[in-house]
Each structure stands twice: as structure tokens, then as C-alpha cells.
Design a protein around this ligand. Sequence first.
Ligand SMILES: [Zn+2]
Length: 280
Amino acid sequence: MTLCLMTVHAHPDDEVFLTGGILARYAAEGVRTVLVTCTDGAVGEIVDPTAATPENLAEVREGELRAACAILGVRDLYLLGYRDSGMAGTPENADPRSFNQADLGEATGRLVEIIRRCQPQVLVTYTSDGGYGHPDHIRAHQITVAAFDAAADPNRYPQQGLQPWAPAKLYYGIWTRSSFERLLNGLREAGLPPPWEIAEGETPGAPDEMVTAAIDVSAYVPLKIRAMQAHRTQIPADSPFLRMPPELAQEIYRIETFQLAQSRIETAPHETDLFAGLRV
Ligand SMILES: [Zn+2]
């Protein structure tokens, strides 16, 4: 059986933060890795003005994404091609080309087609709040949850003319509170600022109890960092994510954590391999 991992992300660069390590690790182990990126990232902030302009940002980000995929060993990249919807509450949310305005059934159908063609056993996306409330991340969650069922149902999207495919497991990528705490403390000790402004008393991240799968990607941290560097328009060279001391980077990035959301096979309560139960 050919093992296949599919991750569904909202914008170019999201694939690195939550899943760069698993993409690199499973590719190195011979698993077919597939990345679906839903939007073009056209309204992202440009942190390096020498790298892009607002006019060519989508095009430049596609190039960055392809470079990151090459570094991480992603076998197949699919672009759904929706326009970036911008942060919640911005005018871009109403753009008719945006993912936010897309018909959910149509967008789900496009993901179903990719699932039926690639036949992944494991699907990975975000939690229902998209991790941090961005409309495109929430949409990516919604279509992935819908496609997990629809791809398996012969009565859904029969016009595709493809065999139904039932992925075995659906996971949500999670940044835990404890890993944020370690990051913020480590940056403080290294004399570096936090990656973004954090209100007094606020601890970002999801409760640690949500984690059901912790995957060791320590051997792939250097690749993850190189993939971050490929996203020049989004992650400046002086970003704390890139400037932190190598020992701290190793500690922060060496484990990627997930919550098993749905499974069609029996699973253990705590997993160390997303393909546990699927290897023969
Ligand atoms: Zn994003």
C-alpha cells in the first residue's frame, strides 16, 4: 500500500509552521506528501519590500511556496486558486473572488476531487477556529471536514467520474500553550522580542490536553527553517522565528502536535506516528 499524507492549508507559508516537519519527515520515509493551498496569499503583509509589490504578491508567493515545497520534499502541490480573504473584518472579506465568498459545496468538491485522485490515508488541517480566527483558515477547516466524508460517498460529486476514497484519519494541527510559553520564555532569555505583540496576561495557543499525536521531527528542523526562509515576503530574515538560537529552534520545532478529529480505524489515545495502524 502506498502511504499518502495530505495537508490542507489556507495560504502559502502556513504549511511550514504547523506541518513543515511532518511533510519533510514523511517524504524522507517514502510517504507521498501532498499539499493543498487554498488561496494565493495576495493580501498578506509584505515584510521585505524588495521581494514583492502588492501587484505581484500572489505570483511571488507562489514561487516562494514552490521553493518551500522543494525543500520539504512535497511531492504534489495543488492550488485551489481562491483569493486571500484578508484578516477578519477587512474589506477583502467581501471580494467575490475570495475564499471567504466561495460556494462551500463547490470548494469542497474541488478538494474531494484531489482526495479521490491522490488517495491519502491521512488528512491534516486546522481546528474549527482556524487556529487564530482567520477566515481562510476557518474555511480550509470547513472544506476539509466536509471532504473527509464526501470523498468517501459515491453519491457526492459523481460527475467527477472518480472512485470514492475514504481517508482513514483526519487530524488538526495544534500549537499548544506550553510550546508558546517555551517559545516566549526562550526568546526573552535570548534577548529577542516576541514574534508579535502579545497582550499582558494572554497566553496564545490551544490547551495541551487537546493533543493526541506528537510527532518527532527533530531531524528535519534544519529543513523546516530553510522552508521558512523561502517565504521571504512573509518571514523577515530578522524575524524571531529565524533569529532564535539554534538550540532554542531545535527545542521549539522538534515536535509537531496534532489532535485526531475523526478516524475510520482503531487508534491509540496517544500516537507518535500519523500512520499508526495503517502500516502493513
Ligand atoms: Zn494563513
